[in-house]
Write a protein that binds this ligand. Structure first.
Ligand code: SF4
Length: 256
């Protein structure tokens, strides 16, 4: 059986080998980021709904695990990451419950926009690792970069991240995408680093657009700026890593 919704195993970011589970329909998000790698801007919604049958996703995941075992591949994570926002899936918590007996750690990669909701916090609380997107602490810049649904309130979203982080017993990592001329000035980066320091994350990842962005004018920052951003995070005692493929032109030079 092959599926568009369950794929891998593949090396996923710094999590090691993952089975990738895409739990929502393509291009459905709460944001429409300027750097989005999707070929068209997503449809922006705010209501949670059912996209796929969680039993089917679990059965497809089991087949991937059996195949991996047959190939002597060890899997570090079942990673729920979508071509959109995975917390829009109202059955996310149920999906995690049903994946749990497979005995592999479960990660969810979210843009953080629904973290203020108790039902989303409850569902994410079942995961072993949650990755938050935090691109900026400046509301105007957030609106320019992430282009959120207009009912999302910036302060409420940030409060949601903080309240979840206080309760969560798993691992938190953050991802900050740096864009030339939008969020790459040091004052903005210092504020972002201060916020991330406060949520006790295991690792803060700094990334740059490496796939063709939906907005063609989007550019990565200068190498020097990336180095400075790393230093700003590192100086605050944050375990910081670049999240940039080796194939990206800047990486060989700036990797710390
Ligand atoms: S949150 Fe992710 S999927 Fe949604 S618009 Fe931004 S980059 Fe694209």
């Amino acid at each position: 059986m092959s599926s568009k919704n369950v794929s891998g195993p593949v090396p996923f970011r710094q999590l090691g080998k993952s089975i990738i589970i895409n739990n929502i329909s393509p291009r459905i998000c709460t944001y429409s980021c300027v750097y989005c790698h999707l070929d068209k801007p997503p449809k922006i919604i705010m209501y949670r709904c059912v996209f796929h049958d969680s039993n089917t996703l679990v059965e497809e995941t089991k087949i991937k695990l059996i195949n991996a075992q047959a190939n002597n591949e060890s899997i570090e994570y079942l990673t729920i990451v979508s071509d959109g926002e995975p917390t829009l899936d109202v059955k996310l918590g149920l999906l995690i419950d049903r994946l749990r007996p497979l005995g592999i750690k479960i990660a969810v990669i979210t843009n953080s926009s629904l973290l203020h909701r108790a039902d989303v916090q409850y569902a994410l609380g079942k995961a072993d690792l949650v990755s938050f997107k935090i691109d900026t602490l400046d509301e105007k810049t957030w609106r320019k970069i992430n282009r959120p649904h207009n009912i999302i309130k910036f302060d409420v979203m940030l409060d949601g991240i903080c309240s979840f982080a206080k309760k969560f017993t798993g691992q938190i990592v953050t991802e900050t995408m740096l864009i030339k001329g939008l969020n790459d000035d040091m004052i903005d980066i210092e504020k972002t680093a201060d916020f991330i320091r406060g949520i006790n994350c295991a690792t803060a990842y700094l990334s740059i657009p490496t796939q063709p962005p939906v907005e063609k004018w989007v550019e990565p920052p200068e190498e020097q700026t990336l180095k400075q951003a790393y230093q700003v995070f590192d100086n605050r005692g944050i375990n910081t890593e670049y999240l940039i493929p080796d194939s990206a032109p800047a990486m060989g030079v700036v990797k710390a």
